[in-house]
Write a protein that binds this ligand. Structure first.
Ligand SMILES: Nc1ncnc2c1ncn2[C@@H]1O[C@H](COP(=O)(O)OP(=O)(O)OP(=O)(O)O)[C@@H](O)[C@H]1O
Ligand SMILES: [Mg+2]
Length: 355
């Protein structure tokens, strides 16, 4: 007897919350379920969750990827074979459907099955009888709940005569759709933290966290490979990062390259007072004391303008006020005066967010 596998479906978005509720409802029904969704979106995890929530939870959950094997091997994988039935069949082999007896069979990438295999599967679904490859009679019946998944559009395949309509209706008693990650961006931070915890669980002394701006880059990215892609990226970050905090520059180039892509349709932001001041400081190398300070004291600019300038500096200096002072062209000894000025005029910006 297999113990239930972990199947924690992380997600806080309305779409995921609804999907979880649906899973709970359908799990107990024992009906066949067709799970559709893009590659890497979590179809297998959903199948496991259905199994774990069902009356079969303490029995086997057996998964077969229908795309991974040539037709003859897939047939023997599912139904088993008898010794000598083909070259290399040295002994009798149990099929996965037999192994899944009393439990759940998960047929992944069902859209990749050949028409002949679809016919064999349909016959099994109609009779519950197993016939091993090379055997001339049925072995007997098994009691298996079948869940299937695909990222293909089976209705299109039916109209192209590459998927059997009768099989489709057999499998599609209940239909669950896993939405792509880009349509539930609220789940991204939760998933990032979930995987980060998972991949750093053995490094007790390296608590990892993600800087807010890095998290926002991750959230904006479109994730064409969905949760699997995100999982891989977080694993790489957990393994390769050296510091305490993961920053924007630690993110893979392909993700940083997309930065702002989703922002582009927005109107270009207008230059602010702070932008102009910052440019004078950083590009024209004027000093904070000759640019920002006098304008503020003469009430030409507001506290909030000063704060915005400081914020930009902190962003550039990754939260280090000493570097900000240098960036703003102050003398070595003026760092304390700078901090005192900000404190006194309530223009301090917490540096932690920029670390
Ligand atoms: N909501 C989620 N919470 C936690 N982990 C998830 C979630 N969704 C997916 N994953 C993880 O992401 C990876 C990909 O998920 P899964 O294998 O279920 O996707 P799939 O849709 O079956 O992909 P494919 O179409 O490529 O087979 C797995 O490691 C899975 O554990
Ligand atoms: Mg899968």
């Amino acid at each position: 007897m297999k113990s239930p596998r972990p199947s924690l479906l992380v997600g806080v978005s309305p779409a995921m919350t609804e999907l979880k509720a649906e899973i709970e409802r359908v799990a107990r029904s024992d009906a066949k379920v067709l799970i559709t969704g893009e590659s890497g979106s979590g179809k297998e995890l959903v199948a496991q969750a259905v199994h774990n929530g069902s009356g079969r939870a303490d029995k086997a959950f057996v998964a077969v990827n229908c795309a991974g094997l040539p037709e003859t091997l897939l047939e023997s994988e599912l139904f088993g074979h008898v010794k000598g039935s083909f070259t290399g069949a040295y002994r009798d082999k149990l099929g996965k459907l037999e192994l899944a007896d009393q439990g759940t069979m998960f047929l992944d990438e069902i859209g990749e099955m050949t028409l002949r295999m679809q016919g064999l599967l349909l016959r099994f679904l109609e009779t519950g009888e197993l016939q091993k490859v090379g055997s001339d009679r049925a072995l007997g019946r098994v009691d298996v709940r079948v869940l299937a998944a695909t990222n293909r559009n089976l209705r299109d395949m039916i109209s192209q005569a590459t998927f059997r309509e009768d099989l489709f209706y057999r499998l599609n008693v209940i239909h669950l759709t896993v939405p792509p990650l880009r349509e539930r961006k609220e789940d991204i931070p939760a998933l990032v933290n979930h995987f980060l915890q998972h991949f750093t669980r053995n490094d007790t002394y390296v608590p990892r966290e993600i800087a807010p701006d890095a998290m926002s880059v991750l959230t904006q990215y479109a994730w064409p490979g969905n949760v699997r892609e995100l999982e891989n990226v977080v694993e790489r970050l957990a393994v390769t990062g050296s510091g305490h905090t993961i920053r924007v520059q630690d993110l893979p180039i392909e993700i940083r390259a997309h930065q702002g892509v989703s922002l582009r349709p927005k109107k270009e932001r207008r230059r602010t007072v702070a932008d102009d001041l910052y440019k004078r400081l950083v590009e024209e190398r004027e000093s904070f004391w000759s640019v920002v300070y006098p304008l503020y004291m003469q009430r030409e600019i507001t506290k909030s303008n000063v704060r915005d300038v400081v914020r930009k500096g902190l962003e550039e200096a990754r939260g280090n006020y000493k570097i900000v002072a240098r960036l703003f062209n102050m003398e070595q000894g003026e760092y304390k005066r700078f901090l005192n000025f900000l404190r006194k005029h309530d223009c301090q910006v917490p540096f932690k967010e920029y670390r």
